[in-house]
Design a binder for this molecule. Structure first.
Ligand code: FES
Length: 610
């Protein structure tokens, strides 16, 4: 074993000789950026190791991903550098995960409050000798629950509870299973949780089931980020090692949020009888500890698509151990329960009008239809629209450039950053603006080629000779170097927008429609909430349609989870609706390649607008 000392945290740990610095940082829970999950491709996990003799030599990948200056300053990539003897590592602030802007609000519909969780008061008859009746029978018949049972965990102490409360008890049940029996006038209210597990963020809403109102909300970066930013990295890790580790990392994170919600609101976790859960199919499977490998390999078959109910104790979720965890149904391998949540919140399936819902992430999930028919698809947009894989790409955290305008005459940019910090990178909404503005002023043409239009802000990159546009000069940034958008970045954006546009086009074609036939376009998720919709249309990311028909619905997936918690009617709709949605597999679609290649181009009219 060898010791690793980590500054400025003043922490140390021992790891096997030959293990990586990233292994040590993970043991110490030091949240370093690992966008590629430690595969040595993102170049984000920079650390400084002054004594290079204690670690493995610089790799070719590091030589490629790190600048000459960084190499001189002993910067190394934590996931590639192996520890050979006791060493000291410094983690610069810029390498640490940043506080993320997390979207918890969403637009939803009103429903009549009728949760699956019920709590009733029962005055039980006192049995007398010769009655031959059990407490369990008294409770179940008192509730009038057909086929009702009392969960094992709840049944253990009921005889004492019933006697102590003089047969006057409050009984909480979910569907037809009793999950708790408590003395009457239990001061705890009846609570439930609704959770949206995103690949990047996890949001948990605490709901009062007596009023239907949200009491509080807690969110966090998905703790699985240490295995990689995208779902494929997580699945790969689960296959290589074990799904248990990836699952437990998530469960621990969820439990810490639940404990914080309970502490802040002074409620007992045992008074939470149910939690509803949405998430993409990979998150859904991993949360349930189901091996996710089948959804990463053709034909991408999920293990289960129907809604599912599991006891909280079986997953180690720290609410009432008998409580119910309700998983909303999944639609397909890459159209998950989060999309089901979006459908519940927008009720596309109830209306005559034709609507499309788009949730853009590393994977874009799209549904098109109305009350008669719905089709869905998923497209591999890649991480560019979330700020990944761009030279200065970053998540939507403080210092990220968003909201960019470029002056038509001077070609000078104007921008805002999140929390008004000095710029350190560009997030998803920023890159959409940047590309749209570059198209409008003619810095980028319809093929995506960057053009030298005669401004000092456009120059050749010293590393690859390609053109790049300087958004901000080094002296005005928080990273000490020019923040630029490169020709390679434009290409990444083209690939992402091409994939989404192709998915939308093929769904429209499937139903014999044109973009102008769309009555509504719902943009779900953080991306849809923060982008400039007009710019997204200008650059051909979204179908060309009147802007007043496009609506951002925020975290509609989370709202869907709330609706499922609050309304049995909505819950009944889930499986019916998920069965209504036909899944269109783009990878094997005969037209996909042609439509995708065509969709890579930016709209032509924009290029004339110089
Ligand atoms: S290069 Fe190390 S985590 Fe990506």
């Amino acid at each position: 074993m060898v010791k690793v000392n980590v500054a400025p945290f003043d922490k140390s740990t021992e790891i096997e000789k030959g293990s990586t610095v990233l292994d040590a940082l993970n043991i110490l829970n030091i949240p370093i950026e690992v966008i590629c999950g430690g595969k040595g491709t993102c170049g984000k996990c920079k650390v400084i190791i002054t004594d290079q003799s204690t670690v493995s030599p610089i790799t070719e990948v590091e030589e490629r991903l790190l600048s000459d200056n960084e190499l001189c300053e002993h910067v190394r990539l934590a996931c590639l550098v192996k520890v050979l003897e006791e060493t000291s590592v410094f983690v610069p602030e810029l390498s640490l995960q940043r506080e993320l802007r997390i979207l918890s609000k969403g637009q939803t519909i009103d429903v009549e409050l009728d949760p699956a969780v019920k709590k009733v008061n029962l005055l039980l008859p006192r049995p007398v000798l010769g009655d031959h009746v059990s407490f369990e029978e008294l409770i179940v018949s008192g509730l009038g629950l057909e086929g009702g049972t009392i969960d094992y965990n709840a049944i253990k102490g009921i005889s004492e509870t019933i006697k102590r409360s003089k047969f006057d008890v409050d009984v909480t049940f979910v569907n037809n299973t009793v999950v708790s029996v408590t003395p009457r006038f239990d001061p705890n209210s009846m609570y439930g949780l609704a959770m949206d597990i995103g690949s990047t963020t996890v949001v948990v809403y605490l709901m009062d089931l007596n009023t239907g109102k949200m009491v509080d909300v807690e969110s966090m970066l998905n703790p699985q980020i240490k295995y990689g930013e995208d779902v494929i990295s997580r699945i790969t890790y689960a296959i290589q090692y074990t799904v248990d580790e990836v699952h437990e990392t998530l469960i621990n994170g969820v439990n810490s949020m639940i404990k914080e919600l309970c502490r802040r609101n002074n409620i007992e976790p045992s008074s939470i009888a149910e939690m509803t859960v949405v998430g993409n199919t990979a998150m859904h499977h991993i949360f349930l500890r189901i091996d996710p490998r089948s959804i990463s390999l053709s034909p991408f078959t999920p293990t289960i698509t129907k809604s599912m109910d599991v006891r909280a104790r079986d997953l180690g979720i720290c609410i009432n151990p008998s409580g119910n965890i309700h998983m909303l149904p999944v639609i397909a391998g890459f159209v998950g329960a989060d999309t089901m949540g979006v459908l519940l919140a927008t009720e596309i399936y109830h209306h005559d009008e034709m609507a499309m819902a788009i949730d853009v992430g590393t994977n874009g999930e799209l549904v098109l239809g109305n009350k008669d028919k719905m089709v869905s698809c998923s497209c591999a947009a890649g991480p560019a629209l979330e700020g990944g894989e761009l030279m200065f790409g970053m998540r939507a955290s403080p210092g990220a450039i968003e909201d960019i305008k470029i002056d038509r005459l001077t070609l000078e940019p104007e921008y805002k950053t999140i929390k008004k910090k000095l710029p350190v990178g560009i997030c998803g909404s920023g890159i959409i603006d940047a590309v749209a503005e570059m198209l409008k002023v003619g810095i980028v043409d319809k093929t995506g080629k960057m053009i030298d239009v005669g401004t000092e802000r456009i120059r050749k990159s010293t590393s690859n000779g390609q053109l790049e546009y300087v958004l901000e000069w080094a002296e005005n940034t928080g990273v000490g170097k020019d923040v630029v958008i490169t020709a390679g970045d434009i290409r990444e954006v083209q690939l992402a927008k091409g994939a989404i546009y192709a998915g939308a086009s093929l769904l429209l074609k499937k139903l014999g429609m044109k973009p102008e036939d769309l009555d509504k376009l719902y943009l779900a998720g953080a991306f849809g909430n923060y982008i400039d919709v007009e710019n997204a249309v200008v650059m051909g990311l979204l179908p060309d349609m009147p802007l007043d028909r496009i609506k951002s619905v925020g975290n509609a997936a989370g709202e869907g989870a709330k609706l499922s918690l609050l309304s049995r009617r909505k819950r009944d709709e889930e499986n019916k609706v998920s069965r209504m949605v036909e899944y269109l597999e783009l990878a094997s679609h005969a037209d996909f390649q042609d439509v995708f290649v065509e969709a890579l181009n930016f709209p032509e009219f924009v290029c004339n607008h110089k």
